[in-house]
Design a protein around this ligand. Structure first.
Ligand code: NAD
Ligand code: UFG
Length: 331
């Protein structure tokens, strides 16, 4: 099978490319390195003959994107679209950049797919589309009301893809990820703690590495069991396996569907930090701060639909997630 992957140098896209390549598939990776660097693509190019990489900004260089499709006409089996800007906090201060990048990328991609008769697509959506929802765990049919600009761009993408699928031009599985953590099994690809991360786990790693003195916890007055935000953390390896199952599914599927990729477990910030400390034997000093703009109190999945449709289930434990997140940095 040959798969075209956008956002191929990123945390999830890179891990996914490695998994596909190690299963013997052919991968065409695309990235513009806005939020990544050459490291992952160079590793994949050096280790797999079936990998090729193109540095393209898919929001701006639609001609180059078209060239890639032209050169592989008729033999791309599926497109997996990870490329996006993804930081909730940053999106609030850079709305134009987020709307431009996250919408135009998808528009360019589906226009190019259509002009080359390619119709099978997997899209990276997010649990952020559910916003501040009291009905937990979240099922796919819940109302969508994001509270950040980033979330709005993900919903807009879902609406766009639904419309294009309704017109019969594409078949798309929109995967709503909950909170991916952990590193790739060979520790090659991880959520980079050196790249000013906003997410919880790479920030815990920064404290564990001594880059930061303490962990700032954004809010301890939420209506959760200990007042800190609660999320559904899922191991990156489980998440990428969900994509492989989705590719299999979309081959014979017509239309559009959204699926939650989560474990179904809700965990607070304090619980996650405690588990990280216990498993890795590292103390993480904390300090409680004001709530972060755009954050919800709780967000966890009902993963039943994905389990049934994809015959997929997240298997890794919280212990494995905490161990794996620290493994690339352990001396
Ligand atoms: P990431 O930033 O590590 O990877 C995204 C990659 O896309 C980066 O390498 C970036 O350079 C590239 N990119 C961005 N805009 C591009 C463009 N116009 N042209 C080409 N490349 C472009 O992020 P990630 O964590 O791997 O996330 C992948 C996808 O999953 C994103 O769509 C994100 O919104 C979604 N998602 C992530 C999470 C999470 O917690 N990591 C949760 C839910 C959804
Ligand atoms: N948090 C802290 N301190 C930090 C970082 C995070 O207390 O330094 C807290 C947040 O306030 C939140 C929890 O940890 O309560 C998780 O925050 P993350 O930033 O790790 O994750 P989010 O749930 O905000 O967002 C992530 C991705 C989005 C994705 C969403 C899906 O960043 O792209 O998960 O649920 F859409």
């Amino acid at each position: 099978m040959k798969v075209l992957v956008t956002g191929a140098a990123g945390y999830i896209g890179g891990t996914f490319c490695h998994k596909l390549l190690s299963y013997g598939h052919e991968v065409l990776g695309i990235d513009n390195y806005t939020n990544s660097d050459k490291k992952v693509s160079e590793f994949l190019l050096n280790n797999f003959n079936s990998y090729s990489f193109h540095k393209i900004d898919i929001a701006k260089e639609d001609n180059s994107l078209d060239e890639v499709f032209k050169n592989h006409k008729g033999d791309i089996d599926c497109v997996v679209h990870f490329a996006a800007l993804k930081a909730v906090g940053e999106s609030e201060s850079k709305p134009v950049q987020y709307w431009e990048n996250n919408i135009i990328s998808t528009l360019n991609l589906i226009k190019t797919m259509k002009s080359h008769d390619m119709r099978k697509l997997i899209f990276s959506s997010s649990a952020t589309v559910y916003g501040n929802n009291a009905n937990q765990p979240l099922i796919e049919s819940e109302s969508l009301s994001p509270i950040s600009c980033y979330g709005s761009t993900k919903i807009a993408n879902e609406y766009l893809l639904n419309d294009v699928a309704k017109a019969g031009d594409i078949d798309v599985v929109m995967l709503r990820y909950f909170n991916p953590v952990g590193a790739h099994s060979e520790c090659i690809i991880y959520d980079d703690p050196y790249a000013s991360p906003n997410n919880l786990m790479p920030r815990v790693i920064r404290v564990a590495l001594g880059i930061e003195k303490q962990m700032y916890i954004w809010g301890n007055d939420y209506s959760t069991k200990d007042g800190t935000g609660a999320r559904d953390y899922i191991h990156i390896e489980d998440l990428v396996e969900g994509h492989i199952a989705a590719i299999d599914f979309v081959k014979t599927f017509s239309g559009s569907t959204a699926l939650n990729l989560g474990t179904g477990n809700s965990l607070t910030v304090l619980e996650l930090i405690k588990k990280f400390e216990n498993i890795n034997g590292i103390k993480i000093p904390i300090s409680f701060e004001k709530r972060r703009k755009g954050d919800v109190a709780e967000c966890y999945a009902d993963p039943a639909k994905a389990q049934k449709i994809l015959n997929w289930k997240a298997k890794k434990t919280l212990e494995e997630m905490c161990k794996s997140s620290w493994k690339p940095f352990k001396k």
